[in-house]
Design a protein around this ligand. Structure first.
Ligand SMILES: O=P(O)(O)OC[C@H]1O[C@H](OP(=O)(O)OP(=O)(O)O)[C@H](O)[C@@H]1O
Ligand SMILES: NC(=O)CC[C@H](N)C(=O)O
Ligand code: SF4
Ligand SMILES: [Mg+2]
Length: 509
């Protein structure tokens, strides 16, 4: 069986909810969790899991896990089992460590000396291999190959400092952070609270929202007393679908406690002296939903800015600008706006053809991209087209599209890419094809235009991308939090390792 592959793998989505006030409340936590997770579906489609707790001193945890999309992983009958939950966490997975099967599904739940914990993880531990051995040397048995199970077991271990009668979760989480620098955004549920944690580099996103009555959702007057619950999510796009107001981001290195009483920042673990944050720049380029907010700016706006920057760096003598739907559209609009050329659509995408479409025979294989895209011929026949894509990975998408457009009457097709060439693997939660598979590492890249059949090809520079991302970071949240008096300290930084080969931490291999 053959698979058609395009792009780079997604990641995972984590989501949590705690009902505010005295329990039980009117809030249907299980419904909020399910809808929140559906809104993060673009981050992983392999499997999904939900764990709820009634939050009692000896709590009952209810766990549901299944393969596939959220809509197929849980039946309505199964979801009913979650109805007594006052808080819960959930996860949608794109595997990076440990294969895609039920036993690697998250959240992981283990019993500890003090009771059960449930853990949901987005990211990939850069030192998973060594850490695995270390944990096993402590006599801990691991039942899967997942690095998220490893995190769960590390949290279950007693921290080096003595605990009194109750577990010291801040000490345990800090202990985890000293064992592994990145990459993780975590939700840890214990009894009646959720700990929201971001690694000190802030490599993966995590933000907090506040559930308010729908009637007050858009009114500025919804005060703390109106809070129906707290939610925490990989991306804020999920807040819109559950009626939550964006509250704030979890900062790099921060441990936030979320309970029925509200939000409490317990600690911010610093990075080694001189190290900048390393939020994944590809969240902006491609992964995240465009309506999500990172670092105080909407992803859509950043993509538009990348398109504008691209038009400055790589102008084109052409008639129209267009997009490779869907994720490149804001960049194409930005390019059109900056260049003054009209924006038109040249392709119609069938959104129901999965990215792993099975190609059972030669005829279908020869059809290639036509299974996924149809040409809107009337819009561009006889014209010179600038076509914007957000990224070229293997080149599987772009070359057949160029052929399609030319066969349908485009006079010229110029490719402009709203990110720099991808050359290096990612060890922080993203499945990037091997170096050899990346088109930018192939000998043919010397004449990429000829190779993919374009009239010209130009990419955004690394500097251009970084500046398009960073110029919109209005208030440097971490500065305010850590050093309110020293706002000039440079605390903005992004991981660009797949473009530059400069990883945020030293890798062990
Ligand atoms: O060079 P390739 O290996 O073909 O990968 C690059 C393409 O993959 C991604 O799109 P995707 O097909 O995931 O769809 P989307 O733009 O609708 O998200 C990306 O936006 C590029 O278009
Ligand atoms: N993409 C991710 O964030 C994956 C999380 C974890 N490494 C897993 O494979 O389950
Ligand atoms: S290497 Fe690339 S994909 Fe991986 S975290 Fe860094 S920017 Fe993101
Ligand atoms: Mg695309």
């Amino acid at each position: 069986m053959e698979f058609e592959e395009s792009g780079i793998g997604e990641e995972c989505g984590v989501f949590g909810c705690v009902a505010a006030g005295e329990w039980p409340t009117q809030l249907e936590v299980a419904q909020v969790l399910t809808l929140g997770l559906v809104a993060l579906q673009h981050r992983g489609q392999e499997s999904a899991g939900i764990v709820t707790s009634n939050g009692a001193p000896s709590p009952t945890y209810t766990t549901l896990k299944g393969m596939g999309l959220v809509s197929t992983a849980f039946s309505p009958e199964a979801l009913l089992k979650l109805r007594y939950g006052n808080l819960g966490i959930c996860h949608t997975r794109y595997s990076t460590t440990g294969i895609s099967e039920l036993q690697n599904c998250q959240p992981f739940v283990v019993d500890t000396l003090h009771g059960k914990i449930a853990v949901a993880h987005n990211g990939e531990l850069v030192n998973a291999h060594a850490l695995r051995k270390k944990v096993m040397r402590h006599g801990v048995g691991l039942s899967t190959c997942s690095d998220s199970e490893l995190i769960t077991q590390l949290l279950a271990l007693n921290p080096p400092m003595e605990e009194q009668d109750a577990p010291d979760w801040v000490a345990r989480i800090k202990n985890l952070m000293t064992e592994t620098p990145t990459s993780y955004s975590l939700l840890v549920m214990f009894k009646d609270v959720i700990y929201a944690v971001r690694d000190p580099y802030g490599n993966r996103p995590l933000c907090i929202g506040r559930l308010v009555p729908i009637s007050k959702l858009h009114s500025p007057g919804a005060g703390e007393q109106d809070t129906e619950g707290w939610v925490v999510s990989s991306e804020s796009c999920s807040f819109q679908s559950i009626g939550a107001k964006y509250y704030r981001e979890v900062l790099p290195g921060e441990i936030v406690q979320i309970s029925k009483h509200g939000i409490k920042s317990l600690s911010v673990v610093p990075r080694p002296e001189g190290d900048l944050p390393a939020f994944c720049i590809f969240e902006y380029v491609y992964f995240a939903r465009p309506d999500s907010i990172f670092e105080g700016q909407m992803v859509y706006t950043v993509r538009q800015r990348c398109g504008r920057q691209l038009a400055i760096e790589a102008p084109t003598d052409a008639d129209v600008v267009s997009t490779v739907p869907e994720s490149a559209t804001p960049a194409a609009l930005g390019y059109a706006h900056q260049s003054g050329l009209p924006y038109i659509e040249v392709l119609c995408k069938n959104r129901y053809v999965g990215r792993t479409f099975i190609q059972p025979n030669t005829r279908l294989r020869q059809l290639g991209v036509a299974k996924k895209f149809g040409a809107l011929t009337d819009n561009f026949a006889g014209k010179r087209v600038v076509l914007i894509d957000d990224s070229i990975v293997r080149g599987n998408t772009i070359s057949p599209i160029i052929k399609l457009l030319k066969e349908a009457g485009a006079l010229e097709v110029h490719i402009r890419v709203a990110s720099p060439p991808l050359r290096f693997p990612c060890y922080m939660g993203i499945n990037i094809p091997t170096k050899e598979e990346l088109i930018a590492n192939k000998p043919e890249f010397q004449d990429i235009a000829g190779y993919i059949g374009a009239d010209s090809v130009q990419y955004l520079t690394v500097e251009g991308l970084v500046s398009a991302v960073q110029q919109g970071i209005a208030s440097h949240q971490e500065d305010k939090m850590i050093s309110p008096t020293n706002k000039s300290s440079k605390r903005v930084g992004h991981c660009t390792a797949c473009l530059t080969g400069k990883y945020p931490v030293e890798l062990e291999w």
